[in-house]
Design a protein around this ligand. Structure first.
Ligand code: PLP
Length: 393
């Protein structure tokens, strides 16, 4: 037996364990300091009532012989796919039901989609980046090239004609930078992909943080994207499903490469290796799209957005440069005095008991940048940013 040697090429993920160790050491040496965590990448508000009621109803259905459900369709129930289809329609994107695939979240689909592509493809990944895009490709031994996201391009890199890539990862609104592409910028990526016969893997996990209609929530708002893009989305951040697990992937039927339909390949892959998301969970996810559900999830999203505004307003007052915070739960700030992001982490922890995430953990372009998130409470966020202001004023 030979193992997959590519696993030897993975970088150890020290980021969150190092942070946890530093925080716990500090806490035990300074028991009187109240530590506030603005590094949280998980939601903290509970599922909304509409979701809970739908799931309770579904549990009762599972308890009766007449309404009990066994295996469902691997690609998801039509009731949820129709709800998603209508949601896209409300943003002027028309999808067929067979283009929508329900899953247990975006992370699995982002990893599993690579089953469809040959190992000798070159992958283009922005730096800094959500580490899953890099690690899943390292595991299968693909060549990775990086697109620099930095202060000069407002952390929104555009295609470089000199770089030839076959698979292109785009995350907008972005984790970790919070930056969001506009339509003109996304069109450049779509044009580049079409020209190079490449596929865009578009991660829209944070689309529900976008306000208004000016910025695109879906790559399919861009003309011809259905010929070159797969979209991954999730109920995790939209509706607090990080622990409940549900997401979806859109694979347009127009994606034909090497004589093969990517839509049919993905269906074949999912029906072979996946047995579907629990009925109860899909019922909960469908409730997100009811009028009541939409109202309730937006109350929660607005709660997080208030935190993002508290953080952004403080940075504005201090003249500290940042991206995100407006259509995203993430605020990506430039460390004052050109500090290194780990030194800045230590400074915030030891001087004011506030925890964030050093940008270096997301790639080399994050060395002097720092991520704060809006998932703590309004009260804690306010308190943390008052301490932050006093430190840097
Ligand atoms: N994509 C991005 C950019 C994320 O930040 C996350 C989670 O933090 C995910 C995908 C994963 O989402 P899910 O919970 O649906 O697996």
């Amino acid at each position: 037996m030979n193992i997959n040697e590519n696993y030897k090429n993975l970088n150890e993920s020290y980021l969150f364990s190092t942070i946890a160790k530093k925080v716990s050491d500090f806490a035990s040496n300074n028991p009187d300091t109240e530590i506030i965590k603005l590094g949280i990448g998980d939601v903290t508000l509970p599922l909304c009532n509409a979701v809970i009621e739908a799931m309770h109803f579904a549990v009762d259905e599972m308890s009766r012989k007449e309404t009990f459900k066994g295996y469902g369709p691997e690609q998801g129930y039509d009731f949820l796919k129709s709800a998603i289809q209508n949601y896209y329609k409300s943003h002027n994107v028309s999808l067929e039901l067979n283009e929508i695939f329900i899953s247990d979240g975006a992370k699995s689909d982002l990893g599993n989609i690579l089953d469809l592509f040959a190992k000798d493809n070159t992958v283009l990944v922005p730096d800094p980046v959500y580490p899953v895009y890099v690690d899943t490709n390292v595991m299968s031994g693909r060549k990775i090239v990086f697109a620099d996201a930095n202060e000069e391009n407002d952390f929104l890199p555009l295609p470089d004609e000199k770089i030839k890539a076959d698979l292109i990862y785009i995350c907008s609104p972005n984790n970790p930078t919070g930056a969001v592409y506009n339509r003109e910028q996304l069109k450049k990526w779509v044009d580049y992909a079409l020209e190079n016969k490449a596929i865009i893997l578009f991660d829209s996990a944070y689309e529900s943080f976008i306000d208004g209609k000016n910025l695109p929530r879906s790559i399919y708002e861009i003309e011809n994207a259905e010929k070159c893009a797969i979209e991954f989305c999730s109920f995790s951040k939209t509706a607090g499903f990080t622990g409940t697990r549900c997401g979806y992937t859109v694979v347009p039927t127009e994606l034909i490469f090497g004589g093969m339909s990517l839509n049919k390949m993905w269906l074949r892959r999912q029906t072979t290796k996946f047995n579907g998301v629990p009925y109860i969970v899909q019922k909960g996810a469908a409730a997100v799209f009811t009028d009541e559900g939409q109202k309730q999830i937006h109350e929660n999203l607005n709660y997080y957005k208030r935190n993002a505004k508290i953080i952004g307003d403080t940075l504005d007052k201090l003249n500290i440069k940042y991206t995100g915070g407006k259509n995203s739960p993430y605020i990506w700030l430039k460390c004052p005095n050109n500090m290194n992001s780990w030194a800045f982490f230590d400074l915030l922890l030891t001087k004011i008991g506030v925890v964030g995430t050093p940008g270096a953990g997301f790639g080399k372009n994050g060395d002097n940048w720092f991520r704060l998130t809006s998932f703590n409470t309004n009260e804690n966020t306010q308190k943390a940013m008052e301490r932050f202001f006093d430190l840097f004023k």
